[in-house]
Design a protein around this ligand. Sequence first.
Ligand code: CA
Length: 386
Amino acid sequence: MAMPSLRVRRHRLPLWALVLTVVAVALPVLATSRAQGAATGCTVTYTTNEWSGGFTAQIRVTNLGPALNGWRLEWTYGGDQQVTSAWNAQVTQSGSAVTAVNAAHNAALAAGGTVDFGLQGTWRTADRAPTAFALNGAPCGGTASPTPTPTPTTPAECAGAGATICSDFEDQTGTVPSGDWQTTAPDCQGTGKVVVDTSVAYSGTRSLRVDGGAGYCNHVFAASTRDLSSVGPVVYVRMRVRHTTTLPTGHVTFVSMPDASQGGRALRVGGQNGALQWNRESDDATLPEQSPAGVALSTPLATGRWLCLRYQIDTTAQSMRTWVDDQEVAGLHVDGVPTQNVDGQWLARRTPPRPTALRLGWESYGTGDDTLWFDDVALGSSPIGC
Ligand code: CA
């Protein structure tokens, strides 16, 4: 299928620099704005992923004023963009005027702090870049300068103190995963690599980088050392993941959980036919079913930016749900009632999954390779937000 191409609009800067600013903007912007002496209350980077008739935008706001408890970002569209959905903020639109208000979980915005949210929309004849950003009524300065330096450290947000895994990888000291994470190549070892990366991160300065190769023997994972056997009855997982390459046609996996209900074989999150999917190793059941109609009920994954992947697995009934950037994926939903093209195959097994461990990496079964990153990984018995 035709994939949206990454474009950053209305910037007179090289593409590579702007891509870097998506993850690395706040502190340098602060410094730049002060150096220019602009009386700004904020800076904003607005980065789009655009295709004919549609777009998504990732918006990062840096607060240059005093700390805020509750924030409102306003802007004006220069084209005929129409916002259709949003995540991590509530977004309303009147004509070309748009207002984004904080979500419950990100209302607090410290002095010098940043907040990210995203939206999806449509356009017909023009999608000129937005202007006139204002934060709680105070005009914002221009878009970001492209200095590729790390984002400020913010700890991973996990669900209270009860999370079994809560890892932002900032405690990693070398390039080889250590402590709570161990490299594993469960089947055979080839060219796949997993390292702690200090150049790309969602939070702080560190993340897990996976260079996954095509071909069975290039499997590689960083496995959490935590035993998940007693997490539940519902296992909640949230992670940030950033892909370089679109999900391939061939079957691949990037999250693998050994599952006691399959004799230790894995419950796997990955892709097939270009869309996100679940796969059960023991019987190769997929969610959704890989019919064209089933695949259409899932979603491709954007590349070149951090996604928030969340899912929940009930260990007492056949019930699973999956979200990407807070949008639930209809084709990745098991609720015990068979849905055509979705979970018929999955429900052929009555025993619910019992994940016992979490592995992040890359597993190809033929074609398909990628370089991807993981950050802010959380897993526990309570819901975890993006
Ligand atoms: Ca991190």
